[in-house]
Each structure stands twice: as structure tokens, then as C-alpha cells.
Write a protein that binds this ligand. Structure first.
Ligand code: SAM
Length: 517
């Protein structure tokens, strides 16, 4: 089983992400409780499986509900297929009120106990040690603001080394503008890599006051000038910057305002300048693949109308504003960085393989992994399972005995240096078409040797013209197993979870392989 992020404890942990994941573990419970409380699984099962009908049936606000549904999709309690949601196997078994194994009321009982958990510290403390909440709504705004700025600073400090690593490859010059820079830690770290350049830390006046308290040393402000104001209205009087940073800034706003703010920032960028956006993006699947969607809910709950945008959406805005080069990079923690400039890079970036994982997802595969052909396991017994056990044996030119045996496949595999293994689900023809699309995109991206292997008998023709020869060679592709690939072992090598399907309506996973060079 895949572990939830907060279960990844390891005594050798040296980064903070495990603790951050632990601290937000309650987000998971709350999303589950909300979904059960709103009877979403029942409504979906009853055919209210699109945003409009589900929100009507559950008497919810459509936009907000859709954001909750995105979280439920990410944690795989529901699936989305062509704009419709459907319940996962576990939701169907345990969360439908008519199911004999229904556990929703038990789970809501857990929710009922939750306030007592909130008082855990009081329970453990002696009476002479009253527990004051970390912050209370009665605290003065200045005090709350200080805590807010300090806490955002604690987090970004941990991320700065990795962000610096990513930006190291870029050739940028100052001056730098850190919009909504908080205590200035990211902007400060970046400008220190350019000792002769200067930076502006721009944030609300009260945040700048807090920043000065957090960083009282004059040395911390040597290259950094703090300017207090509201970015929506501040006149920058013709100033131009070589690097503009927006870290955890755009998510405080609704999409229209976020786009306007981004466009205003781009007007301050020199023609050769670079933009760095660091944020939680729901469509990214880095180390914490659920976090972007959850963080978006966090913004929905805790701000007026803020929300996290997908990285592809922001990349599109950047593209439309004339930024020709947009790169998205996932950090080792739960956020990602978008780097954008007006000029295309001279060479393909190192993250090319990551980009292919996202391309595979855009095509519609549920998951994808980059592997090397040595991880593809072949064995003579595989085709024997086709010979003894498959009704399709001998009925298709892409299947045994016509397909290539494993000892012919091996040298073919070795003539490639990379492969992408993709996971999808039935219907088989659909899966096959997606594989062909993946192969086509790889070919058009100058991987001229791109070749895919599918899952199960070739589905292109209803009946294969075994005696006459293939009628659709441009579309026909063999299955991995038909050529002697041990799909279970290879998928496990790639990091997928694979188990035999034991129930008639069990969730079926298909795997495909794209060889690339
Ligand atoms: C979540 S904090 C991020 C701080 C820092 N950039 C980081 O990544 O840790 C967002 C910051 O944006 C600032 N901010 C939001 N809207 C702003 C605006 N219109 N003008 C100036 N600052 C703004 C907030 O005051 C806050 O300090």
C-alpha cells in the first residue's frame, strides 16, 4: 500500500516535511468527515456524478464542492472519468449507506470524539499549568500578524536551499523584487548569490514591521530594501527588475485577481528577466501529491476567496503574457517552483523526464514512471501463460505465437536508453488509443525511436485477420506480456502497486510501456 505522507516516519529523517505532513494530517480526516456528512458517496452512486447534479443533490455550492471533490479524487476515494465521478472500491464497500459493510456512522463517531483530542494537552497537563492557545482570535492584530509572518518564515527557511539549487542553473541579474516576500528570507538568500546586486522586499507595512523584528541585524538588510505597500495599488514608477519572486503569494487571491497580479508583476520585469513562482499547485504530484489540492481547500476555508491554481494554468497565463520559456519543478518537499523567462533555453532542461510524466497524465493515464530498459523484466514463462490460459492465444497477430519472443525482445530493449511505464484502466481500446497518442507525442518531440507496448490482445480490429496480415499496422501494437515481459515484476520495479484482481468488479489496472531514445 502507498503510505499517506504523514506515515513516512523514519528515524533517519533530517527534513521537516514529515513533521509538516503530521501537522496537517487532520486535513485528511476533515475531508473524509465532510464527504460522509454530505452523503457524497451515496449521491455519486445514485448517478449525481457531475459537479452540477452532485451539488444540487447534496445541496452544496458547486465551486466549493468541486474543490472538495478534487481532494477526494487525489486521495482516491473517488475517481474521475470524462467529467464524471465514480466511487472507489473502498468507498463503495464502506461508505455507501446501503452497503452491508457501511462504516460511515462509525467514522463520524470518530469525528464526534475529535474535540476531546483538541484538548489533549490540557488532559496531560497538571492543573497548575493552564494551557494557553498558541494564538487566539482575541490577540491583537499586530501580535497575530507577527506570528503569521514568523511562521511563514520558518517554513520558507527550510525550502530556501533547494530553491537556490534550482535557480543556480539560471543566469539572472538584479535588481530582485520579492512580492509578498514576508520576512524576506527567500529574496535575501537569492540576492546573496549576487553580492553586487540589490533587492526590494515588498509586502504590507505591518508585515515589513514584523520582518524587521524577525531579522533585526543590519547585515540582513545590506542588499535588501524593504518597501511597505499593497501590490495591487503600488506605483513602481518605472522600476524594472531582473528577477521577480512570488512565493506563496498568488494563492491568497481568486483566479482573476491572481492573473492580474501576475500580469502587473510581468510589467516590472526586464526583457531578459526571470520570474520565480513558488507555491502549492494542485496538479503537481511531487513528494506530497495530495498537498496542492488540500492546500487549495485550506485557502478556501481560511481566506476570503483565495485558492491554489494549477501549475498548467499559471504556465498558460505566463505563455499568453509572452513568456516563451516556462519550466515547472517539484521540490523534494510539498511545493513546486515555476521559472519563466521571455527567451527559450538553448538546451533541453534536466527535468525532461518529469515533463513526460505530466504529459502521460494529461493524455489520461492515472500514473506514469520513468524507468530504464534494464528494469524491464523478461522471461520465457510469460508467453507460456498466454499459451496455457488465454483464450486469445493464436487469435491475433500481436499475440503469441506470432508476437516476438522474449529473447528477441531483449536486444530491442537494450537498443533504448529510457522508457516510460504508464498505468491506466479499461476500456482496452481507450487505453490503447492513449498509448498511441503518447507514442505520437514522443515521436514528434524528436524521440524518433518511440515505440509502445500495450496491455492484453490488440484491440484495434474486432477480429484479427490472422491469415491475411495486419489490417491496421499503424495502430496495432503488441502487449508487453505477449512479448515475454513480466508485467508484474516490471511494474513493481517501476514503483507501481500491482496485485491480482480477486473480485469480479475489482479495480483493474492496465500497464503500458513506451520505449524512448
Ligand atoms: C504566505 S505569505 C508568503 C511569504 C513568503 N513569500 C514565503 O513564501 O514564505 C504571503 C505574503 O504575501 C503578502 N501579500 C499578500 N497580498 C499582498 C499585497 N496585495 N501586497 C503586498 N503583500 C501582499 C502577505 O502580507 C504575506 O506576507
Amino acid at each position: 500500500m502507498n503510505k499517506l505522507p504523514f506515515q513516512n516516519s523514519d528515524p533517519a529523517h533530517t527534513d521537516f516535511q514529515f513533521l509538516e505532513d503530521l501537522s496537517t494530517a487532520y486535513w485528511y480526516s476533515e475531508a473524509l468527515f465532510a464527504a460522509i456528512g454530505l452523503n457524497l458517496f451515496d449521491h455519486i452512486e445514485n448517478g449525481n456524478d457531475r459537479p452540477r447534479s452532485l451539488s444540487e443533490a447534496a445541496r452544496c455550492r458547486e465551486a466549493e464542492l468541486t474543490r472538495l471533490m478534487r481532494v477526494l479524487t487525489r486521495i482516491e476515494l473517488v475517481y474521475e472519468f470524462e467529467g464524471q465521478w465514480c466511487n472507489s472500491q473502498s468507498a463503495r464497500t464502506f461508505l455507501l449507506s446501503e452497503s452491508p459493510d457501511y462504516m460511515g456512522d462509525f467514522l463520524l463517531y470518530r469525528q464526534y470524539m475529535q474535540p476531546q483530542w483538541g484538548a489533549l494537552a490540557q488532559r496531560a497537563a497538571r492543573e497548575d499549568r493552564p494551557i494557553r492557545p498558541f494564538l487566539s482570535r482575541d490577540d491583537d492584530y499586530e501580535v497575530r500578524n507577527f506570528h503569521y509572518v514568523r511562521s511563514t518564515d520558518r517554513l520558507i527557511r527550510q525550502k530556501v536551499p533547494e530553491i537556490l539549487q534550482l535557480v543556480r542553473r539560471e543566469s539572472w541579474r538584479g535588481p530582485l523584487l520579492d512580492i509578498g516576500g514576508g520576512a524576506g528570507t527567500l529574496g535575501r538568500a537569492l540576492i546573496r548569490t549576487r553580492p553586487d546586486e540589490s533587492a526590494v522586499l515588498f509586502d504590507l507595512p505591518e508585515v515589513i514591521r514584523a520582518a524587521r523584528k524577525i531579522h533585526p541585524a543590519p547585515e540582513d538588510w545590506r542588499q535588501l530594501r524593504a518597501v511597505g505597500g499593497d501590490f495591487r495599488f503600488h506605483p513602481f514608477a518605472g522600476a524594472q527588475f531582473g528577477l521577480i519572486v512570488m512565493s506563496n503569494f498568488l494563492h491568497a487571491y481568486n483566479p482573476d485577481t491572481a492573473r492580474e497580479l501576475l500580469e502587473s508583476a510581468l510589467k516590472l520585469l526586464r526583457p531578459d528577466g526571470l520570474v520565480l513562482i513558488h507555491d502549492y499547485f494542485p496538479d503537481r504530484r511531487g513528494r506530497s501529491p495530495h498537498k496542492g489540492a488540500f492546500y487549495d481547500l485550506n485557502m478556501m476555508i481560511n481566506t476570503y476567496d483565495g485558492g491554489c491554481r494549477d501549475a498548467v494554468e499559471i504556465a498558460e497565463w505566463l505563455g499568453q503574457a509572452g513568456m516563451e520559456r516556462v519550466t515547472v519543478l517539484d521540490l523534494q518537499t510539498d511545493t513546486s517552483v515555476i521559472l519563466a523567462g521571455r527567451r527559450r533555453p538553448a538546451q533541453i532542461c534536466e527535468t525532461e523526464w518529469d515533463d513526460w510524466l505530466y504529459t502521460a497524465r494529461e493524455i489520461g493515464f492515472s500514473d506514469a514512471r520513468h524507468i530504464v530498459p534494464a528494469q524491464v523484466m523478461t522471461a520465457p514463462w510469460v508467453r507460456m501463460k498466454c499459451r496455457f490460459g488465454c483464450r486469445g492465444y493464436g487469435k491475433g497477430l500481436q499475440c503469441p505465437p506470432y508476437s516476438m519472443p522474449h529473447d528477441e525482445l531483449r536486444p530491442l530493449l537494450e537498443s533504448y536508453s529510457h522508457a516510460l511505464m504508464v498505468q491506466g484502466s479499461p476500456p482496452g481500446r481507450d487505453f490503447h488509443d492513449k498509448l498511441l497518442e503518447l507514442e505520437r507525442q514522443a515521436f514528434l518531440s524528436e524521440f524518433h525511436k518511440a515505440l509502445v507496448f500495450g496491455a492484453g490482445p490488440c484491440p484495434v480490429c474486432k477480429t484479427c485477420a490472422v491469415d491475411e496480415g495486419c489490417k491496421n499496422p499503424e495502430k496495432a501494437r503488441p502487449a508487453m506480456e505477449a512479448c515475454g515481459i513480466d508485467v508484474y515484476e516490471t511494474a513493481r520495479n517501476a514503483g507501481f502497486q500491482v496485485m491480482p484482481v480477486t473480485e469480479r468488479h475489482g479495480y483493474v489496472k492496465y500497464f503500458g510501456l513506451l520505449l524512448m531514445e
